[in-house]
Ligand binder design. Structure first.
Ligand SMILES: C[S@@+](CC[C@H](N)C(=O)[O-])C[C@H]1O[C@@H](n2cnc3c(N)ncnc32)[C@H](O)[C@@H]1O
Length: 260
């Protein structure tokens, strides 16, 4: 299990909502709403339901939250007051059963596909295109993390972090920074109309808690790779704590809709 906790998901949600590309979100919502009297959206790797809150409540729309972590599905309940039709489904995407997608008009995901393998993207693209289901996949990390002001250690730390992004998180070798491109190519090859747009985090002084959690996770990931000398990691971390920096984290949103 990849072990995301509600504290981290709650912390990142405001930044995610500010970052999502508004035009793609609107187009995804319109596609969903045009899917009959009670269209169904299936949110993969839903966590506590951040994507639903980004779409906003609509009495006609049904949602299916899919996650392998029952604690997150449980935590979603209290966070989704005002969403009248929400079904929770515990399932492991590593063994994706097509029943998860039954009756869907749109599949959504956020901060998920950088954890996924190319094989999973291809499988999802097959399943969606066979059923003419749309895909809205937001906040795919692109490998571009920048701090302002910069630090001599940034380049080495980021290279190690990005290498860690491609390790297996339970879904095979992760796409990491290649996720948005892999999605775009997979759906274009199947004749979908694909739009992509940047959705970066721009974290400033008012987001210290998120930045601190991000930095701690970043350092832990770098340590795990063994690519950076421990003393150099300490120096970088200490300097970053003593001299807080603005931080830019690159993401891309992808909207893939069946033509016609
Ligand atoms: C970065 S979190 C994003 C959560 C949510 N979409 C959001 O934006 O807040 C990734 C989510 O994917 C889920 N996940 C990871 N691997 C999974 C798997 N193999 N099967 C199902 N869900 C998985 C995690 O439990 C977690 O909820």
């Amino acid at each position: 299990m990849s072990g995301f906790d509600t504290t981290w998901l709650d912390l990142r949600e405001p930044a995610d909502h500010a970052a999502r590309d508004a035009a793609l979100l609107t187009a995804a919502r319109e596609f969903l709403q045009a899917g009959g009297p009670s269209p169904l959206a299936v949110d993969l790797g839903s966590g506590t339901g951040s994507t639903l809150r980004a779409f906003g409540s609509d009495d006609r729309v049904r949602w299916r939250l899919v996650d392998h972590d029952p604690r997150l599905l449980e935590a979603a309940v209290s966070r989704l007051d005002g969403f009248p039709h929400v079904e929770r489904m515990e399932a492991d995407l590593a063994r994706l059963d097509p029943v998860v997608l039954a009756d869907a008009r749109l599949v959504t995901a956020s901060a998920l596909f950088d954890l996924a393998s190319e094989a999973l993207v291809e499988r999802i693209a097959d399943l969606l295109s066979e059923r003419r289901i749309g895909l809205y996949a937001a906040l795919n990390y692109d490998g571009a993390t920048r701090w302002e002001p910069s630090h001599d250690g940034d380049r080495e730390m980021l290279a190690a972090f990005n290498a860690h992004q491609t390790t297996d998180k339970g879904l095979g070798r992760a796409l990491g920074p290649e996720a948005a491109d892999a999605l775009r190519h997979a759906f274009e090859r199947r004749g979908y109309e694909v739009r992509v747009a940047p959705s970066p985090w721009r974290l400033g002084p008012d987001q210290r808690a998120l930045e601190t959690a991000l930095r701690d996770g970043f350092v832990a990931a770098v340590r795990e790779t063994g690519r950076v000398d421990g003393a150099a990691i300490e120096v970088w971390q200490r300097d970053r704590i003593d001299h807080p920096a603005a931080c830019h984290v690159g993401h891309w949103d992808v909207l893939a809709l069946p033509r016609g």
